[in-house]
Design a binder for this molecule. Structure first.
Ligand code: FPP
Length: 253
């Protein structure tokens, strides 16, 4: 599935799945004397070059945190603005997804969203479901703890229905019921905006992710900086709980 070799500056070990916490929009707006909410608009536009770069280097899945379960607590006007922006993001992304043959998916608790937005999300997913070059996942009304609880609920229902026994519940089984169960685990998690938190994003799926933090505010984050992180990623040794000697034996270094 990868097309790394086409890339002039081939990066030896690529993450299959990158997740991004796009933090710093409001600070960007204030620092640049923009009007209320304009920082988020700049944040919306910052996504395109990142998607294109991921596509170019051969990343399979890019997941971005657009609106968290906790963001509902922001002032009502900001929530309304973010919902409008999400709607326009989907409208703007659809032709791009068709052009680049990228599949668009959403994760999160959709029951909280307006019917119109839910419908738009479904339509966008259906229209792009057959694209296989890359998947762009937009997390809306998403929380990692909600995700795990939701998976636990599904397993509990199976136990209740007599299809499963409690002692059959394992980490592997939960992995099959969290969001994005059919995608590779997150290999690389990036947070912009200078803070060192996971903020409840893809907790289960990022268990072994390499973490990258940058002070750059999301609207200023570009392909160059991502490329530097990809280089660092390819140099980090991922041990998955093993010793470095075991890893060296495995990779025949
Ligand atoms: C964090 O910045 C960002 C958000 C809460 C929303 C991110 C949403 C978008 C960029 C809208 C467009 C959607 C996509 C999919 C690109 P912040 O407001 O917490 O910034 P601060 O830390 O400076 O306050």
């Amino acid at each position: 599935m990868s097309n790394h070799s086409n890339h002039s500056n081939a990066i030896s070990i690529l993450p299959r799945h990158i997740a991004i916490i796009m933090d710093g929009n409001n600070r960007y707006g204030r620092a640049n004397d923009l009007g209320r909410g304009e920082g988020h608009v700049a944040g919306k536009d910052a996504l395109d070059p990142i998607v294109e770069h991921c596509l170019e280097v051969g990343v399979e899945v890019l997941s971005v945190f657009a609106f968290s379960s906790e963001n509902w607590q922001r002032p009502a006007a900001e929530v309304a603005l973010l919902m409008r922006l999400l709607t326009s993001t989907i409208h703007e992304q659809l032709p791009r997804m068709n052009k680049y043959r990228i599949r668009l998916r959403f994760i999160g608790d959709r029951s909280q969203l307006d019917d119109d937005l839910q419908q738009l999300m479904l339509d966008a997913e259906q229209q792009t479901a057959h694209f296989e070059v890359m998947t762009l996942v937009i997390a809306i009304s998403y929380g990692g703890q909600w995700d795990i609880a939701h998976a636990a609920q599904q397993l509990a229902q199976q136990v209740q229905a007599g299809q499963l026994t409690a002692d059959e519940i394992s980490a592997e089984l939960l992995t099959q019921h969290v969001q994005l169960a059919d995608a590779p685990a997150v290999d690389m998690l990036i947070r912009t905006g200078g803070e060192y938190r996971l903020s409840n994003f893809l907790l289960w799926q990022s268990a072994y992710a390499e973490l990258f933090f940058t002070p750059t505010l999301w609207p200023d984050f570009g392909a160059n900086e991502l490329d530097g992180m990809l280089r660092e990623f390819s140099q980090r040794q991922r041990r998955f709980g093993k010793t470095s000697e075991q890893v060296a034996m495995q990779t025949n270094l």
